[in-house]
Design a protein around this ligand. Structure first.
Ligand code: ADP
Ligand code: ADP
Length: 226
């Protein structure tokens, strides 16, 4: 089954910037997919539209068979989003942040607590569960955002530049966590401007530049061309 299908997607912002000029993408269930491109290429806009944070201008987006226009709630429920900025309350504890997130999706509290234990352990944050988020290092905060995004057990995790600005050691440990999550059967889509990151993690890749997909291939295929 197709995890994500995008057809002729366009976005023109109110000021007139044509951020997306008609992109097509297919991502399969279980894939680890990279959307690679320079700053301003349209990566965040694409992700924003998939996650219903940005309104598209035209085109079609289908997530696990649910069309974003006609089945928005179902489409959104398939996705866990990890944005670039830390957007949690820094004064809440890790446990509060992840349990409350599950609450937004209607997960019963007992189940939410079980999942909190599962995902905070998986992301190596369990010992910190009663500390306020502001006490965490940058790498831990990024992992907290991943744990939070998993709390409603989405089929697909979307990460916007998950390792931007973090040092290589933290980047490698993040990669390991993402591989484990993908191995559990969760489809992963990430944006990056590091070719190395796409190469280390992903099977399939699309390269976006100035609002157009200029390449859509396997990592192996791309490396063979270089
Ligand atoms: P939409 O069309 O999705 O409603 P808007 O065009 O209203 O989006 O823009 C959303 C917000 O982003 C506005 O407050 C706008 O000022 C701000 N914004 C404008 N230009 C940029 C830019 N180049 N990058 C990021 N944000 C911008
Ligand atoms: P990327 O994530 O690849 O850096 P973006 O999707 O953020 O690219 O931006 C694509 C283009 O759209 C850029 O020219 C950017 O300035 C513009 N843009 C992004 N957000 C907004 C906004 N809210 N309002 C107006 N223009 C925007």
């Amino acid at each position: 089954m197709s995890a994500l299908s995008i057809k002729q997607l366009t976005k023109t912002y109110k000021g007139g910037v044509e951020a997306l000029k008609g992109i097509d993408l297919e991502v399969k269930q279980g894939d680890f997919f990279a959307l690679l491109g320079p700053n301003g290429a349209g990566k965040s806009t694409t992700i924003g539209i998939i996650a219903s944070l940005v309104n598209k201008s035209s085109g079609e987006v289908t997530i696990y068979g649910d069309n974003l226009d006609t089945h928005k709630v179902a489409a959104k429920s398939h996705i866990g989003l990890v944005p670039q900025e830390f957007n949690f309350n820094q004064f809440e504890t890790l446990q509060q942040i992840v349990v409350n997130q599950a609450g937004y999706y209607g997960v019963p509290r007992d189940l939410a607590k079980q999942r909190a234990e599962k995902y905070l352990k998986q992301l190596d944050l369990w010992e910190k569960r009663n500390q306020p988020a502001r006490s965490l290092s940058g790498g831990m905060k990024r992992r907290l955002m991943i744990a939070r995004a998993l709390m409603h057990e989405p089929k697909m995790l979307i990460l916007d530049e998950p390792t931007a600005g973090v040092d290589i050691e933290i980047r490698r440990s993040m990669w390991q966590f993402l591989r484990e999550i993908n191995a559990q059967g969760i489809t992963i889509i990430l944006t990056t401007h590091y070719l190395e990151e796409a190469e280390m993690l992903c099977r399939n890749i699309a390269i976006i530049d100035k609002g157009r997909i200029i390449e859509n291939t396997t990592i192996k295929g791309l490396l063979a061309e270089l």
